[in-house]
Write a new protein. Structure first.
Length: 388
């Protein structure tokens, strides 16, 4: 209820995509700062009363979350800037850099808290346990549960890695505070340094949260393969037209959330009117942009669909490569008659973990095609799969 109210109150309706993303980012960051400041104050008081390093560690973790919210706010505002001559694809990837900075801040805090916890294990001190301390911790867990749900809702709404990183951080805080809540009463009945151990456990959760965010953000920065569901949607939109025979070489490039560019090749009958097919491809590109938000560029490959010889050779080659590795696929298959041989050219898509090297595949295919017809000489272009 509260999440829907805040979204309705602070997110403008019918605004541009960049303004909407900036509004979501601002709402998430300001809400996060308010909640984390309240949690820091209450937990610090509880930690001081009880003398618990794990609670004080958790309090400073919330204070570091405030710094993360400020970074997220600045990152969201900068990422919403429109494209310019120096950045023609926009500034969307700033969100990934902001998420990376947040992750580093989280990990630095985790290292500092681990150091304090180890000191507490080596030199334990008695704790003061009271009902107000437990109430504060339960309150903290409740707030963090709401924040995790809140940021997950906002992050998914605009596909924001920064806001989703904040949601992950809140989830790790829930586990960390719960561990502290359980450790306090146990420490009352044992001489073991349970508080220091709980503080170390909290630190490990914080470090893992930071590591997970860095791993996910690095994938976005380095360039990860396109999403299979998005690729399938694009394929369906293209193949819905009878003049399109096949689709291949589909690539999707991410320049930040909501700012993707793609390209692919489509096979069309070589006897079709070039102008008619070109108009069709223009229509498909516009439809893909409307349906998926991806700016698509489509290249046309004319193929001979009337030759029985080419069709039989293609089927033979497909069966051959399937026997080597069922994941191997080919496209853009065509003949070119030379003076003393027939050039059989095609593109072969090879998985990154294929057992065969390109040279081995070339040799095997060349031998089998030569056995089929001594005039056949393959010219293979090796591709890599760009969709996950």
């Amino acid at each position: 209820m509260l999440t829907r109210f805040l979204v309705k109150k602070f997110i403008p309706q019918n605004a541009s995509v960049s303004k909407t993303r900036a509004s979501y980012s601002t709402l998430s960051s300001i809400t996060g700062m308010i909640c984390n400041i309240i949690l820091f104050i209450t937990k610090y008081i509880a930690g001081t009363i009880s003398g618990s390093v794990s609670i004080i560690s958790d309090a400073f973790n919330n204070l570091s979350d405030c710094a993360s919210c400020i970074v997220a706010l600045l990152g969201g505002l900068l990422a919403s800037k429109p494209a310019d001559k120096n950045h023609p694809f926009g500034h969307g990837r700033i969100e990934y850099l902001a998420a990376m900075i947040i992750a580093v801040l989280i990990m630095l805090m985790g290292i500092e808290l681990m150091s304090d916890s180890i000191s507490k294990i080596i030199s334990p001190k008695p704790l003061t346990i009271s009902i107000p301390v437990f109430i504060i911790l339960i309150f903290s867990i409740s707030v963090k549960i709401w924040m995790a749900v809140f940021n997950t809702h906002l992050g998914k709404a605009i596909d924001s890695s920064v806001i989703l990183a904040a949601a992950k951080d809140s989830k790790s805080d829930i586990i960390a505070t719960s561990a502290t809540l359980v450790a306090l009463p146990i420490s009352y009945y044992t001489p073991l340094p349970i508080d220091g151990i709980a503080g170390a456990a909290v630190s490990l959760f914080i470090l893992k949260a930071g590591f997970d965010i860095i791993r996910d953000t690095l994938d976005d920065l380095l360039g990860k393969p396109g999403d299979s569901k998005t690729a399938e949607s694009i394929n369906q939109l293209i193949l819905a037209h009878k003049k399109i025979i096949d689709v291949h070489d589909l690539m999707i490039h991410n320049y930040g959330p909501g700012n993707s560019f793609g390209s692919c090749h489509v096979e069309v009958n070589g006897s079709e009117s070039f102008y008619a097919v070109h108009d069709l491809v223009d229509h498909i590109e516009k439809r893909i942009l409307e349906e998926t938000g991806i700016n698509m560029t489509i290249h046309m490959d004319p193929v001979d669909t009337g030759s029985t010889t080419i069709k039989n050779c293609k089927e033979f080659t497909k069966k051959l490569i399937s026997g080597l590795d069922k994941r191997l696929t080919l496209h853009d298959f065509r003949f070119a008659e030379k003076s003393d041989y027939t050039e059989v050219s095609f593109d072969l898509v090879v998985p990154f973990d294929c057992a065969y090297k390109n040279e081995q595949l070339q040799s095997i295919i060349a031998k089998e095609l030569h056995d089929l017809d001594p005039c056949y000489k393959p010219f293979i272009t090796f591709d890599r799969q760009m969709i996950k």
